[in-house]
Structure formats: structure tokens, C-alpha cells
Design a protein around this ligand. Sequence first.
Ligand code: NAI
Length: 460
Amino acid sequence: MMYDLAIIGGGPGGYVAAERAGAAGLSTVLFEKKSLGGVCLNEGCIPTKTLLYSAKVYNYALTGDHYGVYTENPSFKYEEIVARKDKVVKKLVGGVKAAMKAGKVQVVSEEAHIEGRGAEGIEIEAAGVKYQARNLLVCAGSEAAVPPFPGLKEAGDVIVTNREILALKEQPKELVVIGGGVIGMEFAAFFSTLGTKVTVVEMLPKILGPLDDEISALLQKIYEKRGINFCLKCKVTGVEGNTVVYEDPEGKVCRVSGDKILVSVGRRANLQGFGLEKLGVEFLTNKAGKPVGVKVDEHMRTNVPGVYAAGDITGFSMLAHTASREGEVAVNNILGKPDHMRYNAIPGVVYTNPEVAGVGLTEEEARQKGIDFKVVKLPMAYSGRFVAENEGGEGICKIIVGARYHEVLGVHMLGNPCSEIIHSACIAIEQEMTVEQLKEVVFPHPTVSEIIKETVFSLK
Ligand code: NAI
């Protein structure tokens, strides 16, 4: 059968694009070989946030006395925490299935293989059945990058990535995390809250590399106090059974052991195994000339007419919300509606406790770009609601503005629930608002979001 649009990959890039395409009347087929929802729903965003919420509830129980509430011997059952995570995932996968049905999207739960371009359109095969489409959107995602550390293979199931760690039947007593990025820090936060002894080995001088320096240091301090051991400027060089071998900043060889070792050193785009090369799609390459993503323009078009890509496969901004927006841009372009992708207002959130959220330029980035800017910052305690709900809690809101026109360039926060308020900063940046315009917006009182307004008012 001939379709207007074939989509490979049912993650937040693919399924959102399918939903939009179906709603716009395009006949759409979506191929997903594993489970609808992709990494985000099945082994990323949703399961980790569900686990982290259980850890947060446990932490509330432990610290209830700060609020005059007493609970005797708070405890948890690890298997029930994991079971609830599975239940949430199942429910949301069901939601995506229903959305596909509502949009009249044909879902093919098989691995798709691109066969090339025929006289009628792009030809795809899945489980022996042939499909044709006028347009193709490739959203095949990414997988955990596992470097070939010596001894890693021999270590067997001591080694886990973000996928296997979600399925552990038992809570590890000691966990070593290789890579203090987003995945590493979210799992470190989860397990340390439940009492696991956690060590994070990170080769950079800070955790969460792209994050604002001050916020990164503050978060590290908070988790150090709670018992996480951070080994910074330490490069992992190998694994010996359940022991991670690394070089400390002085070049000394050190070792740290755990019953599980999480490898979270980044993700790599899924570029192979489904026939992309048959279409002659161009790739982005790294310094070593290795392909790291499908090359796209701002309309999410590849170099091949009618072939688009969105999400982690572009190797660029590996975030679920980026993928969804990229998918929408691709569909709009297929429909002939002008739309293009902008990356300057994409928020980033780390769901530690406290949460971290940021959008736009950091101070460090603005400096590197040679921008003339000002920084305004306030402790979160300037928000009444924050003080009411975060006894003894630390937090900061930092806003980067252009020195001349006072346009909002970046907003970075630490403190709960900044993940839920960062979007107002996204709107300010997306709409190119100035501080003066932001001052005129009425924020609800009392909310933590008021910290953004308080902070801009402190601009001299
Ligand atoms: P990442 O790029 O965030 O962090 C990897 C870290 O590993 C870096 O800090 C790097 O310096 C370090 N590293 C690399 N090699 C090392 C070595 N040999 N020894 C010690 N440290 C080493 O990658 P991560 O955490 O795996 O996340 C992958 C992707 O998933 C990211 O693009 C992230 O944005 C996305 N993600 C987003 C989440 C969110 O938005 N909350 C949650 C989880 C993942």
C-alpha cells in the first residue's frame, strides 16, 4: 500500500509526528520493533521519573519532622517501587497506542528495512510485507554508548546501562556510576536516597558538564552531604570484575568497587541496520570522521528529497521534547506549512532532588560567544511558596540578560519544582522578551514561579 508518510521509530519523535500527521489527514504508517513510546517511555524519562518520585516520597517520610509530621520507621519495598514503575510505563504505552488509533495511524510492530527508492516512492519492508511511502521520517533514536573499556565484557551482568538498571530485581548495596552526566546523576540520586552507597567517577572537573558551573557545584555539595562520593577529573580506564579502575587527577591508578557498575557516558545514534545507506543519506561526522547522526537542515530534511529525520538520530540535542518538536517541524514541512527548528529555547531538566532546570545560554556560554551580558540571581528563598514547602532547602535562580537591550538569554535554576516553571523562561526566550516585558507579566501568588519575576526585578 502507498502511504503519504512512513515513520521508522515510535519514540517521542516518531509517535508525536504520527499523531500530528494523522490529525492533518496524511495516511501514515509507523514502524516500531520494540514498544511504542521508545526509550523515553520504556527505558528513559518516564520510568526514571517514576522511580525518582518514589525516592522523593520516601525522603518526605524521612524528613516529615521538619514539617511537624512524624512517621515511625519509614521504609520501602524495592520490588514494589519497581512494580509501580512498570505499571506507569504500561499505562502510558497504552495511551500512545490509543492516540495512534485515534489518528488512524497504521502501527506495524516489526523491524522496518529501507529497500530504496522505487518508481512510486520509498520502499520499506517489514516482516516480509512491502510498504511504499511518498515521504519517510526516520526517528530510530539512540542507544547507550558503551566504550570498550578493558575488562568490561568479562565483568558480565555487573555492568548495567540505563536499560538494565531499571530491571534490577534487587537494590544494589554499592553502585559505581561511570559518568556524572544526566543519566548518571539521576540514578545516583535515586539509589543514594534509598541507602545505596554511590560513587560517581567523572572525567570532567564538574558533574553535569553543560550545566551552569555554580548550580553544578551546589548540586554536588548537596549530594556530597547525603553521602555520594564524587571522583572528579577521574578518567575510567578499565574494569576488573566488580571494580572500576580510574586515573585520578595526579595520574595515580585508583579502584572503586560496587555490586553494580552503571555505564552512563553518553548515547549514540542508531544509524545502522535498517538500510539508511540505500537512500544515500548524509551523516554528520565527529572530529575522527565517524558518523554521529543523520545530517538535517532546519526543516528536518536530509539531503535526500522526501526523507526527513528527527530525534536522537540527528545526534544533536538528545532530548525527548526536542525530538517531538523536530517531528512536528518535519510533518509541517511535508504538509507545505512553513516551520523551522530553533534550538535556543530548549529546556534541560535534571530530576534530582532538588531539581535543576535551565534554558538558553549559561554564563559560561555567553562569555565564550563574546556576548555583552549581565547576570542577576537570587536565592529561591525569595519565593514565599518555596520557603513554605522546602524547609532548609537550598535553591538559586540565575538569569542571563543582554547588557544593552535586556533581552532574556538564559534562565537557570536549582530548587523544587523548577522543572514545572522553566517553561515560562522558555516562552520569554522563544518570544525574544526583554526583562521590561517580563516584569509586566502577572505571575500567580504564592508560587515558586514568582522567583523568575523577583529575579528580573533585581536587575540594576
Ligand atoms: P552525558 O553526556 O550527559 O554524560 C556523560 C558523562 O560521562 C560526561 O560528563 C562525560 O564527561 C563522562 N565520561 C565520559 N567518558 C568517561 C570516562 N572514561 N570516565 C569518566 N567519565 C566519563 O550522557 P548520559 O548521562 O549518558 O545521557 C545521555 C543522553 O540522555 C544525554 O543527551 C541526555 O541529555 C539524555 N538524558 C536526558 C535526561 C533528562 O533530560 N532529564 C535524563 C537522562 C538522559
